[in-house]
Design a protein around this ligand. Structure first.
Ligand SMILES: [Cu+2]
Length: 286
């Protein structure tokens, strides 16, 4: 017989599972994609990341089913029966060698495969990549685009002030061309090279659809992040390191657009930039 306490905890459990079901249905739309509930990949390098994830996932499923299958088979086969005496095994060297060597080989193979994918993803950005600086601070992102030269003006963390948010070296002639944005706008099918920085504490550049997760470390410029978006759409750059009380809201919109749309946006930004008096080149222009 159930005590009142037991009934109420059962009810609680039921309502909780009901809530979880409801929550997962609400999340389904944004999280739908594949078997892990990851959003659909949107970059070239993401294909390789998904490849290795899929491989490990299905291999794990196979091992799990094989082990459980053998386990259940023997559980039934050698169940307790009248007049059958149990047999006590004292080990088997051949079997020991097999089940030690096989997983070793599998893990070694995975390590080599993983290393290869890692090297591929971290190869230098292509020469035609669009250079963009992304700087994180408590609690938002600042984005800097180069002028027509395509090269960002020199910058130095020691030059960062409240006016000069990126620590741009004013003696560099390109400093006048750079413009800033609070939205990351990128053309589709073009490599984008991100120069990642932080002005205060450790933040993290995380875009699930891009399969990119990289910490931004104060005092350092992380220059190996690059990607090529494969489809147009709206995404979100969200900080993924608990960086303070406003962390939950540290995000920036990402817009992957066609080359034409990008060119228009860029021309507008550059135009607005040239209207600004010299010395205010780092101000935000909408
Ligand atoms: Cu942050």
């Amino acid at each position: 017989m159930l005590s009142p306490l037991k009934i109420s905890s059962k009810k609680l459990l039921l309502s909780f599972s009901g809530f979880s079901l409801f929550a997962s249905a609400a999340l389904a739309e944004s999280r739908m994609g594949d078997i892990y509930g990851m959003p659909v990949n949107a970059t070239l390098n993401g294909i390789q990341t998904d490849g290795i994830l899929n491989f490990i996932f299905w291999m794990t499923i196979f091992v799990f089913l094989a082990v459980q299958g053998v386990y259940i088979y023997y559980l039934v086969k050698y169940r307790r029966r009248p007049n059958v005496k149990a047999y006590y095994s004292h080990g088997n060297n051949t079997l020991e060698i097999i089940w030690t060597t096989l997983p070793t080989l599998v893990f070694l193979g995975l390590a080599i495969y993983g290393n290869r994918v890692w090297t591929e993803i971290h190869r230098p950005a292509p020469a035609n990549a669009l250079n963009i600086e992304v700087t994180g601070y408590q609690f938002a992102w600042d984005i800097r685009y180069p002028g027509p030269s395509g090269i960002l003006a020199r910058s130095d963390v020691t030059k960062i002030t409240s006016e000069n948010k990126f620590g741009v070296d004013a003696t560099d002639p390109r400093a006048k061309e750079d413009f800033t944005s609070t939205e990351l706008v990128i053309p589709v099918n073009r490599p984008v090279h991100i120069f990642l920085r932080s002005r205060d504490v450790i933040h993290s550049f995380y875009v699930p659809e891009f399969r990119i997760y990289q910490d931004a470390v104060p005092g350092r410029t992380i220059a190996w992040v690059w990607f090529q978006a494969l489809r147009e759409g709206k995404f979100q750059l969200a900080c993924s390191q608990l960086c303070g009380k406003g962390h939950y809201n540290m995000k920036a919109p990402i817009r992957v657009v066609s080359q034409e749309e990008y060119d228009q946006w860029y021309a507008k930004k550059i135009g607005a930039q040239s209207q600004l008096p010299v010395g205010t080149q780092l101000a935000e222009s909408k």
